[in-house]
Design a binder for this molecule. Structure first.
Ligand code: NAD
Ligand code: UFG
Length: 339
């Protein structure tokens, strides 16, 4: 089976590509490298001893996509390609809609033209907005609070409409909670450009001495210690969820929407102390004002994923921190040093 992985050189895409190769899939990675380095895929090839067909291209450009589909018979697409920084999306909404929404329109059109109608899409827990209660189930009301989140919601709705118009489409919408960690080899991991927006890379860069201290955004939330609670999920568990989605897609009728989370919520302070334990390093921090748009608690009900995909997250918070630390220690500057 040949799988096209858009955004496959990125953080989640590279880990998924590795597992796909290990499971015997033929993989084509399609990436513009706007937020990634081809070095990630070179390392995946080294780790697996297999070749990846790596194609530089942009999902917004039909010709780039056509070149792939006219040469290869693609059976299914895992669609990671997208921009993902919430703050940036508020400043540059049109760029986000163009890339995430218009890019997906182009992708689906070219797929349909070539008879490929199976897609696994990277959605996000952000589509639940500020949920009325936790844990979050797939049938909770959907609501986006920023252009990034709205772009995910729009694509979800668009893919549902595409299926309604043509029942040959098979669509899996995977709503990720908070992906963290790295491959246990320490060879591939998250490589944010500039100052990290997300908690785990910020903690890791503080522990390695690249940042002076972590700012904890608020300690007065209604949570067990006042700091924000999230469902952190190891990126390798998340990648496995995509393989389960691919196994399911052949027998699927319609659109399947699934949360990928652990079901366990950890606070910012829980993450700091878990990371200190795993790394043996101190993570200096200060309490700062709340970050605009943040919510108190967000964690998944993972029951439906277990039921329909036979998938559940296995890796502990300790493994998430140890693997992040190994990656950070071995690659203090991410992929840039040698790419
Ligand atoms: P990432 O930035 O590491 O990976 C995205 C990849 O897509 C990058 O390699 C980038 O170069 C590529 N890309 C972007 N626009 C492109 C375009 N127009 N054409 C071709 N390639 C393009 O991000 P990630 O963390 O691996 O996230 C993957 C997907 O999962 C994204 O769609 C993201 O929105 C979604 N997601 C991520 C998180 C998270 O916290 N990491 C949470 C929920 C959902
Ligand atoms: N936090 C800090 N200091 C930091 C960074 C984060 O205290 O420097 C706190 C936040 O306030 C929040 C928690 O750490 O309580 C997690 O924040 P992240 O930025 O790591 O993650 P978010 O839950 O805000 O958002 C992430 C992705 C979104 C995605 C969402 C749900 O960035 O794109 O998970 O999947 F939509």
């Amino acid at each position: 089976m040949t799988v096209l992985v858009t955004g496959g050189a990125g953080y989640i895409g590279s880990h998924t590509t590795l597992l796909l190769l290990e499971s015997g899939y033929e993989v084509i990675v399609f990436d513009s490298f706007c937020n990634a380095s081809p070095e990630s895929i070179r390392r995946v090839e080294k780790l697996t001893g297999k070749n990846v067909n790596l194609i530089e291209g942009d999902i917004r450009k039909r010709d780039d996509l056509k070149k792939v589909f006219s040469v290869h018979k693609v059976d299914a697409v895992i669609h990671f390609a997208g921009l993902k920084a919430v703050g940036e999306s508020v400043e540059q909404p049109l760029r986000y809609y163009e890339n995430n929404v218009c890019g997906t329109v182009q992708l689906c059109e070219v797929m349909a033209e070539h008879g490929c109608k199976s897609i696994v899409f990277s959605s996000s827990a952000t589509v639940y907005g500020d949920p009325h209660t936790t844990p979050i189930k797939e049938d909770f009301p959907l609501y986006a609070t920023n252009p990034y989140g709205r772009s995910k919601l729009m694509v979800e709705e668009m893919l549902r409409d595409v299926y309604v118009s043509d029942s040959e489409w098979k669509v899996v919408l995977l709503r990720y909670f908070n992906p963290v960690g790295a491959h246990e080899s320490g060879q591939i991991g998250e490589d944010p450009s500039g100052i990290p927006n997300n908690l785990m890379p910020f903690i890791a860069q503080t522990a390695v001495g690249k940042r002076e201290k972590l700012s904890i955004f608020g300690d007065d939330y209604d949570t067990h210690d006042g700091t924000g609670v999230r469902d952190y999920i190891h990126v390798v568990d998340l990648a496995e969820g995509h393989l389960k989605a691919l196994e399911k897609i052949a027998s699927l009728n319609g659109v399947l929407t699934v949360n990928l989370g652990t079901g366990q919520g950890y606070s910012v302070l829980d993450m700091v102390s878990a990371f200190e334990k795993a790394s043996g390093k101190k993570v200096p921090y200060e309490i700062a004002p709340r970050r605009s748009g943040d919510i108190a608690k967000c964690y998944a009900d993972p029951g439906y994923a277990r039921e329909v995909l036979g998938w559940e997250a296995k890796k502990s918070i300790n493994e998430m921190c140890e693997d992040t630390w190994r990656w950070q220690r071995k690659n203090p500057n991410g992929y840039t040093e040698i790419s």
